[in-house]
Each structure stands twice: as structure tokens, then as C-alpha cells.
Design a protein around this ligand. Sequence first.
Ligand code: DX5
Ligand code: ZN
Length: 228
Amino acid sequence: MQTTIVAPSLLAADFSNTGAALAAVALAGAPWIHFDVMDGRFVPNLTFGAKMIADLRPLSRGFFDVHLMTVEPESLVDSFIDAGADSITFHIEACVHAHRLVERIHAAGRKAGISLVPSTPVGAIRELLPFVDMVLVMTVNPGFGGQKLIPSAMRKVAELRDLRESERRPDGTGFDIAVDGGINRETAAEVVRLGADVLVMGSAFFQSDDPGGMVQWVSSLPRSSRAS
Ligand code: DX5
Ligand code: ZN
């Protein structure tokens, strides 16, 4: 069985020293880095654009997981592909022709993810499930780090886990389930139990006294073979 992936979110790092943040992620043994791109329109906050990814790319061998919290993600994906993103996740609430955009990301040889805000049901992405590499379940209203997890949003993890089991692809693979928002020592065990494969962690990682211990602890959490 694969171990659960921790994806530290750069949003919680010191933006005056993002290179050091990347080094801390590597030292802690986290294989992914999560980049929260906010446009001040889809969410009420601004962060950074593709240049951040391009400048950091030579400093890391980690998996660059870009989370676009933007309107019209189709107008931005090419710049993030060129910058060196390994995976691009966009929001279903921000894109009408989501299947087309998934295909475009795949044509560039990158992974494609789809995300849901807490008030969007799994049904909204049901038709995309055979095509995406990852579903990112937001467990806070996106826009800011350090918020408290909304417990009812966790139900979607179990729902997706069951859908994946019943819809294995011919080669036996399926999409990964990622959870984003308010994941910490109190909440991680439950989302892993419900079926999460990837845990995005902002403040819990960057404010930890022992980030390496946090990554190891998450890897040791028991996973159920089916959601309950
Ligand atoms: C929220 C972002 C999250 C955020 C998580 O809009 O998408 O990735 O950085 O931060 P924490 O772990 O602090 O809730
Ligand atoms: Zn995120």
C-alpha cells in the first residue's frame, strides 16, 4: 500500500525566503510542494503567479503541485506548464469546459486535478472522474491559510473513495484524493481513515517544531481499504 503524501503549502512559508522553505520541505522528506495561486477574484486574496514556480523550479526535485484558485484557469495553465508545474489543479466552479482543460494539461504531459469548494457536491465533477489524476477536496473556504477545517466537507473524501473503488480504470488506476485546508495533528488521522491519499498542509507544517516528524507521523497513519 502506498504511503500518504504530505504536500506542504508554500502559502504558510516566509515569502521573503521561499528557497529556504523548499529546502525545509526536502529535509522533512515531503515529496510534494503545494503552490496556492490566488487571483483576488475567485478568492479574496492574492499570492503569486507562474514566475514563482519558474524561479523555484531549479532549486527542487520535488513534485510541484499547483492549485489554481483563479477565474478563467484556461487563460493561465500554459504559463504554469512552461514554468515547470508537475500537476495543475483548477476549480470546477471557475471553469465551464473542464474536460477540455484537463485534456490540454494532459497533452502537455502534466497531471491534471479538479477541486471543489466546501459548498460544491461531488456530483458536480462526477463526469470528470474517469479523466482526472486528482480530486482536491477543499475543507476550508479557499483564500487563506490557518483556517479551521469544516467537518462536513470530509464526507466527500469517503464518497470519492467509494466512487473510485467502483470505477477502477482498465489498468487498475484511479484518481488520487487530496484534502486541503485545516489539516493538522487533530484532523489528519480522520481524513486518512476516510481515504485521503494526499494531505496539503500549510500552517501545520511550516509552524511545526519538527516537520520531519510530522511527515513520518502522517505516513504511519492507518488507511482503510474502503471508506466507511
Ligand atoms: C487555502 C489553500 C490551502 C492553504 C492550507 O485557500 O488552498 O492550500 O494553504 O493552509 P492550512 O493548512 O494552513 O489550512
Ligand atoms: Zn491549496
